[in-house]
Design a protein around this ligand. Structure first.
Ligand code: OFO
Length: 170
């Protein structure tokens, strides 16, 4: 049985993943308003990933006999000055989530919960990809600028992104 402390921390992480979904939906709206539908698609797919991250924790908590307690989701930022700023915010947010996952892992280790430690390894690995993708796109945006043709090339590239849940989770 999960300790109450761990249940609270998992519920907190579910909230953070749902907040991530909300942030990326807001960023998708920003790119849609600029008719950059390919970049918007990248963020819509990201919202699906974040929902998946939240539900994976949600299902784990239920499977361990815990109680899911959904909390209020904070409002996301709604205005962005440039494509670069939107991607910089994405990177910053992913760094925050990495820290949060690491804190949760520290707590699981401290509480000697081997099952949770094993379960959280997936998130630790996932965060490497989350940060690497955001960081690569920040660097690309620094090259393309906010209005150049490079932005349209990036838009076409990101239009191809699709959401594929990991095979074992489908
Ligand atoms: Fe759930 O990884 Fe992004 O936030």
């Amino acid at each position: 049985m999960l300790s109450q402390k761990l249940q609270d921390a998992i519920n907190e992480q579910i909230n953070k993943e749902l907040h991530s979904e909300y942030i990326y939906l807001s960023i998708a709206a920003y790119f849609m308003s600029r008719d950059l539908d390919g970049i918007a698609n990248f963020f819509i797919v990201q919202t699906q990933e974040e929902h998946f991250h939240a539900m994976k924790l949600f299902n784990y908590l239920i499977d361990r006999g815990g109680t899911v307690v959904l909390k209020e989701i904070a409002a996301p930022p709604t205005s962005f000055n440039s494509a670069l700023e939107a991607f910089e915010k994405t990177l910053e947010h992913e760094q925050f989530i990495t820290k949060s996952i690491n804190d949760l892992m520290d707590l699981a280790i401290k509480e000697n919960d081997h099952s949770l430690v094993s379960f959280l390894k997936w998130y630790v690995d996932e965060q490497i990809e989350e940060e690497a993708t955001a960081s690569r796109l920040v660097n690309r945006l620094k090259i393309t600028g906010d209005t150049g043709p490079g932005l349209l090339i990036l838009d076409s590239e990101l239009a191809k992104r699709t959401f594929t849940p990991p095979a074992s989770e489908e």
